[in-house]
Design a binder for this molecule. Structure first.
Ligand code: SF4
Ligand code: SF4
Length: 316
């Protein structure tokens, strides 16, 4: 049995997603050209009059989240979403420097800093780490609106172009927003502001991927709350309700598996599709998912993809 079954894979996907978000505009795959108010795909302009491209893109954006709600549940949040990646990193660093119970978020009930760690040096390291991360992340939005060479000349202060005149204050504004997000907002965004999350609350079902607790072995849990202590959103994995903020990260599953490793047993938590415990093969899951899937939404998504591809094909 692996010590961490999910965490290394999740970290790889989180880093890969951040890299993709940088590479998509940096390579010219997709960008927005402010001077002509057009989308740039493979460095070709896509005008608003390209109805296939615009309508296809709109359909894809509207239906893709609903498909994820019905199939992989909250996996996007736990495994790829940059907001969660940044919040998780900020929480881990805060706990390392200020103690396990420290919480500097706007929704915290006081700072709860460990007395032994309440040192100026720890606060300075934490603050400098957040500022450095904000300075780096603040560059990313600009890649979607300017070419990498323009962004580079702006970063290296080598540009005398007019563009730098408004980019600098805009960049400082962006860095300030990101700093506030990293330092204090974190999961408050997910819980109260994120539109994707609001959609999840409307569309999610038990048919989608979720964490399942083995109630038949609940006696094993006496005096143990290791999974709750490991949960990055602070919920109880042995009793997850549909409306809870579980992000399918798998940390609780890894924790319980590690606990049972010495006894050569699996833990009491595992990922499951649907409620039918007699289905436990991938083929079975896929068949059940296909039976429950809303094919109207699937068809609209496919139609959007085809229109989008055709809109690009006839322009490029
Ligand atoms: S870590 Fe496992 S054994 Fe411990 S409370 Fe959670 S499910 Fe029960
Ligand atoms: S309950 Fe488990 S899978 Fe859900 S957020 Fe908590 S640790 Fe992650």
């Amino acid at each position: 049995m692996q010590v961490f079954q999910y965490r290394p894979k999740r970290r790889a996907i989180q880093i890969g997603t951040l890299a993709l978000i940088v590479l998509i505009p940096a390579t010219g795959l997709f960008r927005i050209d402010l001077s002509t108010a057009s989308f740039m795909v493979f460095d070709h302009p896509m005008w608003w009059s390209n109805i296939f491209f615009v309508f296809g893109l709109g359909l894809m954006i509207a239906t893709a989240p609903i498909i994820t709600y019905m199939t992989i549940g909250t996996v996007w949040c736990g495994w790829a979403c940059p907001q969660n990646t940044i919040s998780e990193w900020a929480n881990n660093l805060t706990h390392k420097l200020l103690g396990k119970r420290a919480n500097v978020g706007i929704d915290s009930e006081g700072l709860k800093v460990a007395a032994a760690k309440n040192k100026a040096l720890n606060w300075i390291v934490l603050g400098l780490s957040f500022i450095t991360a904000s300075l780096l992340l603040g560059i990313i939005p600009f890649l979607f609106f300017f070419s990498p060479s323009e962004v580079w000349s702006f970063i290296t202060f080598s540009s005398t172009a007019k563009i730098s005149g408004f980019m600098r204050p805009l960049y400082l504004f962006m860095v300030s927003l990101i700093f506030i997000d990293i330092a204090a907002v974190r999961y408050f965004w997910c819980d109260y502001i994120c539109l994707y999350r609001i959609g999840q609350r409307i569309f999610i079902s038990k048919e989608a991927l979720h964490v399942k607790y083995d109630t038949a072995r609940s006696a094993d849990c006496a005096k143990c709350n290791y999974c709750s202590a490991s949960c990055i959103t602070g919920i109880n994995p042995t009793n997850i309700k549909l409306e809870d903020s579980c992000i399918n990260c798998g940390e609780c599953i890894d924790a319980c598996n590690r606990l049972h490793e010495k006894k050569c047993m699996h833990g009491l938590l595992q990922f499951r599709f649907g409620e039918d415990s007699s289905i436990n093969t991938l083929r079975g899951y896929l068949a059940r998912m296909a039976a429950k899937f809303n094919w109207w939404v699937g068809a609209l998504f496919l139609f959007g993809c085809l229109m989008f591809a055709w809109g690009i094909f006839k322009t490029v």
